[in-house]
Design a protein around this ligand. Sequence first.
Ligand code: RNT
Ligand code: ZN
Length: 420
Amino acid sequence: MSTLINQNYQQAKELYASHGIDTEEVIKKLADVKISMHCWQGDDVRGFMNQDQELTGGISVTGNYPGAATTPEELRQDLEKAFSLIPGKHKLNLHAIYMDTEEKVDLHEIEPRHFEKWVSWAKEQGLGLDFNPTCFSHSKSADGFTLSHPNPDIRSFWIEHCKRARKVGEYFGKETGQTCITNVWIPDGFKDVPVDRLGPRKRLESALDEVFAEKIDERYNLDAVESKLFGIGSESYVVGSHEFYMGYGLTRNKMICLDAGHFHPTEVVSNKLSALSLFASGMLLHVSRPVRWDSDHVVTLDDELLEIARELITHDLLFKTAIGLDFFDASINRIAAWVIGTQNMQKALLRSMLEPADQLKQMELAGDYTSRLALREELKMYPFGAVWDYFCEQQGVPVRGQWLQEVKRYEESVLKQRAI
Ligand code: RNT
Ligand code: ZN
């Protein structure tokens, strides 16, 4: 351990101890939090099933930074690089289109064996796995509808795909020894104002009931449902709205997924967690950064991220909340995007763990809002960076900006050698 890092840490430790915070405990707690890092930042949500297929479903990736992974091997190599620069052991979040198989398989035919290589790699790396059916970028979703499609044949195709996705999730859970969360998000919606808002929602309700009909051991797989306010091409109406999935998740005992970019611009996910925690069996976060719209920018250490982390820590909600990331930026180095976004989530959690929540709560209860404001502002200048550096060193990952040099070296030796 470098002396400077250690000295800074010891000073910080004393200061936090004066507020009753044990930094050693905090570091242990932080090391236990698993972030589900999304594979799709590595190749601009392309996948390997049909690489000529354009990205649809109202989501969009912009930028043409060189070096995107084009094979499962390349993606795994990039993921290994990213994980080697992030403290702690985490999970990888896969989408169905990332299947790794020589067979020609369509979405309604996926089976666990098409993901065997991912599983053996995850085991080797000590990673957990999460999963998502891919209900977009496919000829059968070309008109913007999947599980709520008016045509029963198309609906059945997507129902079958989602059913099979849960079986892949079960397989992931059994094999890795960590519960897999299989999250259903569909793009279904109308560009223009619909006449019938209810019909598609009724169809979605019964389609989901079919998808979830088979009981799967919750030690292996947990189901989540993700709502959205609007997408490109579904500006006027989205079938799977927040109210829809709140109702669905609460009545069917499913985890409710909150994506930070899926609400009105001044509406925040952080303010929903406490309320939802009272009623939902579990919550899944898609931590993202919407810039003017659901643009999925790389997560920065901004106020809303801190507020989300605070809710999870202050109210002890980590036991029923899974943290997943969801952003895709093709204008910067994709490995750097993963490292920055994942570390920021961890930094936000660390800062929250270093706040004297009990002391602040007491001030609030006593009506001493002056002290509450004063202490909160003071805390913004506290040396949480010293604790972070110590944590990184302890976890054997580069301290401070050193990780970027690693990424730059990798860019020269690996990414730039790739065809495009
Ligand atoms: C889309 C949703 C969804 C996707 C991923 C790729 O708006 O946020 O979670 O981003 O499934
Ligand atoms: Zn999402």
